[in-house]
Design a protein around this ligand. Structure first.
Ligand SMILES: [Zn+2]
Length: 65
């Protein structure tokens, strides 16, 4: 059961890829996530994995090559 939850948290909310990078932002107590497959970025609650909305500063968190 717990294994399914942790696996789900690793997936992109938009394309379902497992290429998600996450960065814990202690100041706002959120995980900032970025998908390496489709380029989407969003915020998650670090304790529950709840989707907290799409991040508006993609370029600042994930500089493009
Ligand atoms: Zn994606």
């Amino acid at each position: 059961m717990g294994r399914n939850e942790s696996a789900g948290r690793l997936r992109c909310h938009f394309c379902g890829a497992y290429e998600v990078e996450r960065l814990y932002l202690a100041s706002v107590q959120l995980d900032s996530c970025a998908c390496g497959s489709c380029g989407a970025s969003w915020d998650e609650d670090p304790t529950t994995g709840e989707y907290r909305g799409r991040s508006g500063k993609e370029s600042a968190v994930t500089p493009r090559p």
